[in-house]
Design a protein around this ligand. Structure first.
Ligand SMILES: [Zn+2]
Length: 270
């Protein structure tokens, strides 16, 4: 049973209120667009997969092939795939902008109480991007809507997604952390410009967003910092630690505390 103190309950109610306001002002147009995708020049090409009518058959076939590969990658990482997001594949940036909150990147995922969607633009036609977005959806499916939105720092959400996205580092688990250390070293000038984890807890902090525009160099630094941290942590705690963390956050534990305690528990005893 979860026991919330009065203070914590108020914080959760406040967070919920803030989320509802944000959802109302920011998310409604994209969510509405996702929900009505079939009336917007998109066709269903497989269960829960829509492609723009501008996309030719060859690219549709590639999309289905990459989705199959991404599903295998996500199941391999998590044990099984529980996320059931509908995938929307756009033919250009204009279409993509109708469905996504952030216009940058090759894909985005939207999780709501009424459904979840993964939206891809033409650059998202590859297994790395699709698996990455599926991994966000997986955390969402495992934690539930409210916990996924309010309890996870952005660096962790992105760091876990990077574990199935090999654009920055090695598919081989034993080399992944070192791969991130090298990338991080290059992109952050030996760590001098690296963000601290506490600076990349929020979406805006992570993407360095100012006046609605993400900062590309800050974003890249945030990604490698997250990948480095999560691959380090996962190297110590393994899948068992990750599953435990998800369970604890679901049960109402603070993320930071659970993350630290699980690491402590798995740390080799001297
Ligand atoms: Zn991501």
């Amino acid at each position: 049973m979860i026991r919330w103190s009065g203070k914590r309950l108020i914080v959760n109610i406040l967070l919920f209120g803030i989320f509802l306001l944000a959802a109302y002002y920011l998310w409604f147009p994209p969510i509405w667009a996702c929900q009505t995708v079939r009336f917007r020049g998109f066709s269903k090409i497989a269960p829960a997969v829509y492609a723009s009518d501008q996309i030719n058959t060859q690219r549709r076939d590639s999309l289905l092939h990459f989705i199959g590969q991404a599903r295998k990658r996500v199941s391999g990482f998590w044990g099984e795939q529980r996320g059931e997001a509908t995938i929307i594949f756009c033919s250009n940036r204009e279409e993509y902008q109708k469905f996504c909150l952030l216009y940058e990147g090759a894909g985005c995922s939207l999780g709501t109480p009424t459904g979840s969607w993964i939206v891809l633009n033409p650059d998202g036609l590859n297994v790395d991007v699709i698996a990455h977005e599926m991994c966000h959806d997986e955390l969402f499916a495992r934690l539930g809507w409210m916990k996924a939105k309010s309890s996870l720092p952005q660096w962790f959400d992105e760091g876990v997604a990077l574990m199935v996205d090999y654009r920055y580092s090695d598919p081989d688990l034993t080399r992944r952390y070192n791969g991130y250390v090298q990338e991080w070293d290059i992109l952050t000038n030996h760590g001098k410009t690296a963000p601290h984890l506490q600076d990349i807890v929020t979406l805006n902090g992570f993407f360095g967003t100012q006046r609605g525009q993400a900062d590309a160099s800050r974003t890249a630094q945030s990604y490698v910092t997250s990948g480095k941290e999560v691959s380090r942590w996962l190297g110590l705690v393994g899948q068992a630690g990750l599953q435990r963390l998800v369970q604890q956050v679901r049960d109402g534990y603070e993320f930071d505390q659970a993350y630290r305690e699980i690491e402590q528990y798995h740390r080799p005893k001297l």
